[in-house]
Design a protein around this ligand. Structure first.
Ligand SMILES: Cc1cc2nc3c(=O)[nH]c(=O)nc-3n(C[C@H](O)[C@H](O)[C@H](O)COP(=O)(O)OP(=O)(O)OC[C@H]3O[C@@H](n4cnc5c(N)ncnc54)[C@H](O)[C@@H]3O)c2cc1C
Length: 351
């Protein structure tokens, strides 16, 4: 189940709460805010929600989620998405929050890498270990060609049809796109640095069948240098693991080396940091900037444990902190979901 995506909007989106990071803690933050009647917008640099659970260990079992003796990591994400459904949060995926600045005393201007802007009255940073960035093709001059000739994710597959393609990588993305592009691209060469693949065995078998049928090439080796002329990519030189040299014609290069986390722009928002983590209080999980809260793996306080259940607790208290920040005059009540008619209404259930 994937939440709806919103197209980037040039007008700032007004919101009471903006959550940065759609890992398990960011997702549960939607729930806790929703119970208090506070709608949320949520942004993640990944194209799907779930953070580390979805990206790093989707098929692994988790044994320390209260009341779930065992739960797959992706299953946990799916259950959270189910749980937050009544609150209709808007997801802005595949975009990194790059800039956060105070616009007025009680309003932040937030900007993402795709140009979406928000006027947020409060922000919850649930950025985990940072935003996941693609591992890059470390060839000289590659950076200048990124986006035009060198790609780390595919936004529009049709743009590669009829082209000479060289694809790097040995995981599922590399193999899936290699197989998909065979017959659609003018030519396809897959380059992988070793004999073992991380991709599903069935995909590797299919790729080998395509090679045997002469429909694509496979080279075991690593990229050595780009071949360019007049600012245009012409190809790439690959050194085989057997020492051979291959000059491969390429109009477009695709590299799928996986993702690695980077604290990135969060470090520049003026928040008090403890090494790579954001300092918070333990009453509201508010940061050094009033109105900005931080929960989950990204925060730091004495005794902090980077566990999902700790992040869930932090989300509950942050929600009350946010409610107080938005409506300081309001008296706060703790209501049980079991018995509160207001919460039943918000949850869309009958008591
Ligand atoms: C192999 C493995 C096994 C684990 N097993 C367990 C376990 O058994 N039990 C347990 O409790 N914990 C476990 N953990 C830890 C658990 O996964 C983390 O504690 C949890 O994922 C933290 O959730 P989070 O929401 O804080 O951050 P994350 O899951 O890291 O999600 C943060 C999200 O924020 C996004 N983000 C960051 N910066 C930005 C930005 N500037 N703009 C937009 N998006 C941004 C990232 O892309 C990411 O999707 C395990 C971790 C690993 C790696």
């Amino acid at each position: 189940m994937m939440p709806d995506r919103e197209p980037p909007d040039s007008h700032p989106i007004e919101c009471d709460a903006l959550i940065v990071g759609a890992g398990p803690c960011g997702l549960f933050q939607i729930f806790e805010l929703g119970l208090l009647g506070i709608p949320a917008q949520i942004v993640d640099s990944l194209a799907h929600p779930g953070g580390q659970c979805a990206e790093l260990y989707p098929d692994k079992p988790i044994y320390d989620i209260p009341a779930l003796p065992v739960c797959g990591a992706q299953e946990l994400v799916d259950r959270l998405l189910q749980q937050i459904k009544p609150f209709n949060a808007t997801f802005h995926l595949a975009q990194e929050v790059t800039e956060v600045k105070r616009e007025t005393e009680r309003l932040f201007l937030v900007r993402t890498s795709t140009g979406t802007t928000f006027h947020a009255r409060t922000i919850v940073v649930a950025g985990g270990v940072g935003s996941f960035q693609p591992r890059r093709l470390g060839l000289e001059g590659a950076e200048a060609f990124e986006g035009r000739y060198i790609h780390y994710r595919i936004k529009n597959a049709a743009a590669f049809h009829g082209k000479d393609l060289v694809i790097f990588g040995g995981g599922d993305s590399a193999l899936d796109w290699t197989i998909d592009m065979c017959g659609k691209a003018q030519s396809v060469v897959l380059v992988h640095r070793r004999a073992e693949f991380r991709a599903a065995p069935a995909s590797v078998t299919r790729m080998r069948e395509l090679v045997a049928a002469g429909r694509m090439r496979y080279v075991e080796g690593i990229g050595e240098r780009l071949v360019t002329a007049d600012g245009t990519l012409k190809g790439v030189v690959v050194t085989g693991t057997d020492g051979s040299h291959h000059e491969l014609a390429a109009e477009q290069l695709l590299a799928f080396f996986g993702l690695h986390p980077k604290l990135g722009p969060i470090a520049e928002w003026g928040l008090d940091l403890d090494k790579r983590n954001i300092r918070v209080d333990t009453e509201r999980f508010q940061t050094s900037i009033p109105g900005i809260f931080a929960i989950g793996d990204i925060n730091h306080y004495p005794g902090k444990k980077k566990l999902i259940l700790s992040g869930f607790h932090e989300a509950a208290l942050a929600a009350f902190g946010i409610q107080h920040h938005l409506h300081p005059e309001k008296k706060q009540f703790l209501q049980y979901t079991t018995t509160s008619p207001i919460m039943h209404k918000r949850l869309g259930v009958t008591g």
